[in-house]
Design a protein around this ligand. Structure first.
Ligand SMILES: [Zn+2]
Length: 344
């Protein structure tokens, strides 16, 4: 079968790799129907040292089960399933606490000999705990939004949930990438009364308005902080959802959160320490967030996606074949695409 490998910064190739086979009785083989490129794939795409051997890549996919190991129940060949961006048994103590990203028997896609999602098929470890059955056919128009359940929509939701977003909550979302826009959608779904989206790409913030943003702040840095404070009577918002992961974003987050409020970050931090000094302490700011246990949220979010009440798949603005995946990476890296869907 063919799959995507990354050899170094800017060097993504489509190559023939061995077909996946059942190895453990808890495995399943899934033929990939849709996959996509993640903003976090752009970190290795921007900086991975060049090597002679490539690494598999991709951690978001949905597909059709082709075969299951003897210990897998509840799944059969022909089922359409979505995979969260971390695989997990869904039975250990961490999983029962809703923290499948810390599963004692789980792990990451495209690491340690595990297949990546950007290919024609995947061997899925801990299949029964990992995969979620979808009650639609592989020709469903809902596939993009169902694929968003793999990562971006649960990540935006995790950001909103850990921040404590609910009715009567004012929210600032920092970042107009796919996760930031998903956080807007999640905050709106949770009933937030005011959602200020900080982003400077008009086509993206327009989608943010469609997802529920009540205000858009295009300014950045000091100017952006000033603008959010103006919009909130000088106080800032109860919650701030930081969906970027760079130091200026977390600095802005602390500057626009209301005293006693909460900053949640789901942008993978590209900075070593959090600038939470005495001022942040004195204002009683809570910092929360982290990697999203997508599996914990899929059961709750799936009915709204199936009913069309939310359409997180609108973040996909380009579709490529497997052969065009290198173009997809280039488009996301130069920001001409928001999020790229792969149809192998
Ligand atoms: Zn577990």
């Amino acid at each position: 079968m063919r799959a995507t490998l990354i050899y170094g910064a800017g060097d993504v190739r489509i190559e023939t790799v061995p077909d996946p086979e059942l190895r453990e009785p808890t495995d399943a083989i899934v033929r990939v129907v849709r996959s996509c490129i993640c903003g976090s794939d752009l970190w290795p795409y921007g900086s991975r040292p060049a090597t002679g051997d490539g690494d598999r890549i991709g951690h978001e996919f949905l597909g059709v089960v082709e075969d299951v190991g003897r210990d897998v129940s509840g799944l059969a060949a022909g089922d359409l399933v979505v995979a969260p961006f971390v695989w997990a048994d869904n039975t250990c103590d961490f999983c029962r606490e809703g923290l499948q990203t810390s599963c004692r028997h789980g792990g990451m896609w495209a690491a340690g000999g595990i297949d990546g999602g950007q290919g024609e098929a995947v061997r899925v470890p801990q299949a029964q705990g990992t995969l979620v059955k979808l009650p639609v056919g592989e020709d469903s128009a809902l596939l993009p939004s169902l694929l968003a359940l793999s990562d971006v929509f649960p990540t935006g939701h995790h950001c909103a949930v850990t921040a404590g977003v609910g009715p009567r909550t004012s929210v600032t979302v920092i970042g107009d990438g796919a996760v930031g826009l998903s956080a807007v959608l999640a905050a709106q779904r949770l009933g937030a009364e005011r959602i200020i989206l900080m982003g400077r790409h008009k086509n993206r913030t327009d989608l943010g308005r469609e997802f529920g943003a009540t205000d858009v702040v295009a300014e950045r840095g000091e100017e952006g902080v000033e603008r959010v404070r103006e919009l909130t009577g000088g106080d800032g918002t109860h919650t701030v959802l930081e969906c970027v992961g760079l130091r200026p974003a977390i600095e802005t987050a602390f500057a626009v959160v209301r005293d006693g409020g909460t900053v949640s970050r789901v942008g993978a931090p590209q900075y070593p320490d959090v600038p939470a000094d005495f001022g942040v302490f004195f204002r009683n700011i809570t910092l929360t967030g982290g990697v999203a246990p997508a599996r914990a949220y899929i059961d709750e979010l799936l009915p709204d996606v199936l009913a069309g009440r939310v359409q997180p798949g609108k973040v996909f603005d380009r579709t490529v074949t497997l052969d065009q995946v290198p173009d997809g990476y280039r488009a996301m890296a130069d920001r001409s695409a928001l999020k790229v869907l792969i149809q192998p």
